[in-house]
Structure formats: C-alpha cells, structure tokens
Design a protein around this ligand. Sequence first.
Ligand SMILES: Cc1cc2nc3c(=O)[nH]c(=O)nc-3n(C[C@H](O)[C@H](O)[C@H](O)COP(=O)(O)OP(=O)(O)OC[C@H]3O[C@@H](n4cnc5c(N)ncnc54)[C@H](O)[C@@H]3O)c2cc1C
Length: 278
Amino acid sequence: MDFLQTPDIQILLGVAVALVATVAGAFYIYASKKPKGCLDPENFKDFKLVKRVQLSHNVAKFRFELATPTSVLGLPIGQHISCRGKDNQGEDVIKPYTPTTLDSDVGYFELVIKMYPQGRMSHHFREMRVGDYLAVKGPKGRFRYQPGQVRAFGMLAGGSGITPMFQVARAILENPKDKTKVHLIYANVTFEDILLKEELDGLSTNYPDRFKVFFVLNQPPEIWDGGVGFVSKEMIQTYCPAPAPDIQILRCGPPPMNKAMANHLESLGYAPEMQFQF
Ligand SMILES: Cc1cc2nc3c(=O)[nH]c(=O)nc-3n(C[C@H](O)[C@H](O)[C@H](O)COP(=O)(O)OP(=O)(O)OC[C@H]3O[C@@H](n4cnc5c(N)ncnc54)[C@H](O)[C@@H]3O)c2cc1C
C-alpha cells in the first residue's frame, strides 16, 4: 500500500473525500428541506376518492388514496389543507379542511364533511363519487403543536369546527409520552348534528385521565345529560382549564359562535396569548 503514501495520490484522495462529503451534505440539506409526505404547499395535487360513507343526511366521510400504500399525507398537527372544487355555477371555490386522520394512518387520508344546502364547496363534495379526484394544496395554518407546549388545552368547537380539535386531541392522546390534558366543549343544534360522536366517546373511554368532552345542544333530546342552549361563561369555567400561562383555549366554530366565545374568554380573564382561533 506504499502507493497511497505518494503526494499525488494523497491529494487525489483528499479531493475525493471532500467531494463525497459535499455531495452527502447537499443531499442531507435537500432531503431535510423537502416536505415529508404527499402535499405540495405551492401547487394543487389531485387525490383519488376511494371510499365515501354517508354518516347522516348531510355529513359524509371521504377517503382519499395517497401515492403508495405506505405513503403519509405529511400534515403537521394543527394544520389544514386547501381543497379546490366547483360550485353549482361551475365557478372555482377553495375552502380549508382538516383531515380526521394522522400520519399514523398510512396510504390514505380522510375528511368528514358537513354539506350545507347553499354551500359552494358543499355542492362539490355532494357531487363527488368514488373514482373522482380532489385538488388539494397544503399544509396551511398558523397553529404549531409540540408535545408539552402547554399543560392543558381547553377546546371550544361548534359543528364542523370539531375536525381541527379532533386532529390535535388524537395526536396528543395517542402519544404515550405526551401528558397534556384536553378539555373539549362541543356545541351543536341537535343530537344528530354531532360529528365524530363515537370517536370522541372512544377517546373519553380510552384516556379518562387526559380527555374530557362536554356536549352542548340547542335542541336536546328528551333524555340528555349534556349542556343546553349556547356555550355559556359558566360552562367554560366548569369544563375548561382556568386562565394560566401554561394553558391555551382553542376555538373553531361558525363566526357568531367564535365571536361569542372570544367575548366570554376575555371577560373570564383569558389573555390573548392563551387563545387561538383556527
Ligand atoms: C381550519 C378549518 C378547518 C375546517 N375543517 C372542516 C372539516 O374538516 N369539515 C367540514 O365540513 N368543514 C370544515 N371547515 C369549514 C369549511 O372550510 C367550509 O367553511 C364549509 O365546508 C362550508 O363551505 P361552503 O363553501 O360549502 O359554504 P359557503 O358557500 O361558505 O356558505 C354558504 C352557506 O352555508 C352555510 N354555512 C357555511 N358554513 C357554515 C357553518 N360553519 N355553520 C353553519 N352554517 C354554515 C350558511 O348558511 C352559509 O350562508 C373548516 C374550516 C376551517 C377554518
């Protein structure tokens, strides 16, 4: 191996080592910057609808296939996607939606969609059939979640505003290392309007020390042990963590509810940094 000792060979080896290190470094930077998963934040990508299950007269669960059976969507916790479709006039419409699945669900993602009679994007989802494609762009959103970021979350959700809460709650509870507590108040008009009821009850059963849900209905059935009317200040005091620097209250509902909740929270002493609206 004496030839390795010659100055020319040593220079050549040095150059080769430097070249390999540069290429490996560049690849590492490229790989770590490349978004993980199937989403593109700049361009809409089409995903095929492979299953549609009607959950009630105006709610359906849509399952979309990812590139391969082992692909993940790659949506950070607390973020949403933009979906593009056509309204009943044939005009483009873009609306935000939060999948109810996480990256632990591989090969697909699911959306639970409430379809309003006059809703523009609702029309697109109502018309979608298995085999059709949905244009999706993302991730989007300002909310970031790191385990241990707060001691407890209070969540105030109305109607389809449950989906971001469900996503965050699932991510917290399914991580055994995450000790964050979750207190959800979920408001609807009737019992039939409650989305993801079975899944939420499942979380209460499986994680009784970390997850509590209090349902509120405007028009409750005859036998009902939840709240009645609109979400009140007293309900927030009873079922959400008290104002403190290490808690946060998340809100997502129809605009009038969000406004009412912001007023309640302010008068109960929750500082702006203790609140987040999706
Ligand atoms: C971060 C985020 C995540 C979301 N995730 C989901 C989700 O996973 N699933 C889902 O179904 N929706 C979700 N939404 C709501 C969704 O973006 C649309 O607002 C909803 O689908 C209605 O859009 P549209 O175009 O059909 O109705 P629009 O054309 O905007 O509204 C038409 C009419 O529909 C009715 N309407 C619309 N929205 C509401 C409402 N919230 N409450 C009561 N009446 C209403 C009203 O009568 C309104 O006049 C999310 C919203 C946000 C901000």
